[in-house]
Design a protein around this ligand. Structure first.
Ligand code: FE
Ligand code: FE
Length: 278
């Protein structure tokens, strides 16, 4: 078993970890009480996400030769990712996306932000391509420079081969001060993949939300500021604005897809052609 009972288990762990009403203020204590599967998932993620692995996946998936799919097709496809642990949530993937989007819409945010809510986890189709969980979900972090102690379970980097590459273990590693996140490789997963797929269609703010929504060490903990440029700092305001909708819209009312579909069909068509390359 690769760790998580379902991909959602990671999101649940993260929303518990950052819950403002949580009793234990100490992250380490909270992390220690996580289910074995969650810890095993992070152990694999931190062990195998090397700089070489990340660059390899970016080359392969950045070429976008997996196939052509429309946005709705991709949503339906993602929904075939059945959560075996919870027979009750056969619509769990699309439901989280709709709940996130609807919560953003309710608060009167711009249309592109509602669309970012609807799309932000579509990169999880990587799972259906056969990628392991640890290469699809999980908090993301830069590779090629020292790992922040604020990354969840930092002790699991012990067995990452990059730990033995001195060049990758300094504060800046292979990067330069203020080089900008677009020049930094983050651990591979659904965020970077979807960014690669939609980058020519959405405004920059929406792209930042999609690309960095799992980069908790930066948007929650304020780490890696020295790799950011002024644009990153300005755009991370939007990443932080987006995060509560991702984490805390789950318990909200279950939107009926049939009812809201006309609105979202129009919204998707406003930004996307009928098919895009994946
Ligand atoms: Fe996500
Ligand atoms: Fe999400």
């Amino acid at each position: 078993m690769e760790g998580l009972d379902s991909l959602d288990q990671w999101d649940d762990f993260v929303s518990g970890r950052y819950d403002p009403n949580r009793q234990t203020a100490d992250f380490r204590k909270y992390d220690a009480t996580a289910p074995d599967g969650v810890r095993e998932f992070y152990r694999l993620n931190h062990t195998f996400q090397t700089r070489e692995f990340v660059r390899d996946k970016k080359r392969r998936y950045g070429a976008r030769i997996t196939g052509e799919m429309g946005i709705w097709e991709a949503l339906d496809y993602l929904n075939t990712l059945v959560d075996e642990s919870d027979p009750d949530t056969d619509l769990s993937q699309i439901e989280h996306l709709l709940q996130t989007a609807e919560a953003i819409r309710r608060d009167g945010h711009p249309r592109w932000m509602v669309l970012a809510g609807l799309l932000h986890d579509l990169g999880k189709v990587l799972c259906l391509y056969g990628e392991p969980q640890w290469a699809v979900v999980g908090d993301t972090f830069p590779v090629g420079c020292a790992w922040s102690e604020k990354i969840v379970y930092p002790e699991y980097f012990r067995d990452n081969p990059d730990a033995r590459v001195p060049e990758y273990q300094t504060r800046l590693g292979v990067y330069s001060e203020g080089c900008g996140l677009s020049n930094v490789d983050l651990s591979w997963g659904h965020d970077e993949y979807l960014y690669q797929v939609v980058k020519e269609y959405l405004p920059l703010e929406a792209l930042y939300m999609i690309r960095y929504h799992s980069f908790y060490a930066a948007h929650r903990e304020g780490q890696y500021d020295y790799l950011m440029d002024p644009q990153d700092r300005a755009m991370f305001e939007w990443v932080r604005k987006f995060n509560p909708y991702d984490l805390y819209s789950k318990s909200a009312a279950r939107p009926s897809l049939a009812e809201v579909k006309p609105f979202y069909e129009e919204l998707v068509a406003e930004y996307f052609p009928a098919k895009i390359a994946w």
